[in-house]
Design a protein. Structure first.
Length: 237
């Protein structure tokens, strides 16, 4: 059976997450329904990772198998046609290399948190940024982020549902940059360490109005407890 590797972009606002769930519409269900609409086959669309409700993606990798080979341009066009009116697009469809698996072949993941740090909420970017009206100390956040970068045991950051065999992971990048009223936090890591908002919550606890040293926040108790709009990239090898 030919296997197809796809890259998926979506606005996660209307969905309960990437994975199919009984509680509401999901990215996986929409993709599988689109494939069924043009092939008549009920396929399993395997993603490289999960996302929570409201998380957006620019390059999340997935794969599925078809009974017979079809041209990749035809597959891409048909999937995008049948995905309407969902805010989901599949810009890339390729024949997968032998042995490729979207989840197990994934080598790293990138997440981007956009924080709007001003008194007034967002209008044009509503649902795309996390509005934090209290002034944030960017320098303290940079200091806190540096503590977490590297090869560490992230067991305290793992969720109960985490399926990874080990909590020892490499956090390659945890960068904090301010551009006017927006603060961007980018996270690159080899594989999931549970819920990625936990280390971002650590960074956000290093705020000027809390008067806490940045290093003090390098612990599992520093989760912000807030929801956040994430720009997620999941890359497969």
């Amino acid at each position: 059976m030919p296997r197809y590797r796809i890259s998926v972009e979506y606005d996660g606002g209307p969905f309960v997450g990437r994975q199919r769930q009984d509680t509401g519409p999901s990215i996986q269900a929409a993709l599988e329904d689109a494939v069924f609409a043009f092939t008549g086959e009920r396929v399993h669309v395997q993603g490289a990772g999960r996302t929570d409700a409201g998380v957006h993606a620019r390059g999340q990798v997935a794969h599925f198998d078809l009974a017979a080979e079809k041209p990749t341009d035809e597959v891409r066009g048909a999937i995008n046609f049948h995905l309407k009116p969902h805010p989901i697009v599949v810009p890339i469809v390729e024949r997968a290399a032998p042995g490729f698996h979207a989840r197990f072949s994934a080598t790293w993941r990138r997440y981007r948190y956009r924080i709007l740090n001003r008194r007034a909420p967002a209008a044009l970017d509503r649902g795309q940024v996390w509005h934090v009206p209290v002034p944030l100390d960017t320098a303290a956040m940079v200091e806190a982020a540096a503590v977490l970068v590297g090869h560490h045991d992230f067991n305290s950051f793992r969720s109960v549902a985490c399926q990874s065999k080990t909590s020892i992971k490499t956090l390659d990048v945890l960068s904090v940059q301010r551009d006017g009223e927006e603060i961007d936090i980018e996270v690159d890591l080899e594989l999931d360490v549970g819920r990625i908002k936990f280390p971002v919550g650590v960074v956000l606890r290093a705020r000027a109005w809390q008067h806490e040293p940045a290093v003090k926040c390098a612990s599992a108790e520093c989760d912000s407890g807030e929801s956040v709009a994430i720009l997620s990239h999941v890359i497969g090898s």
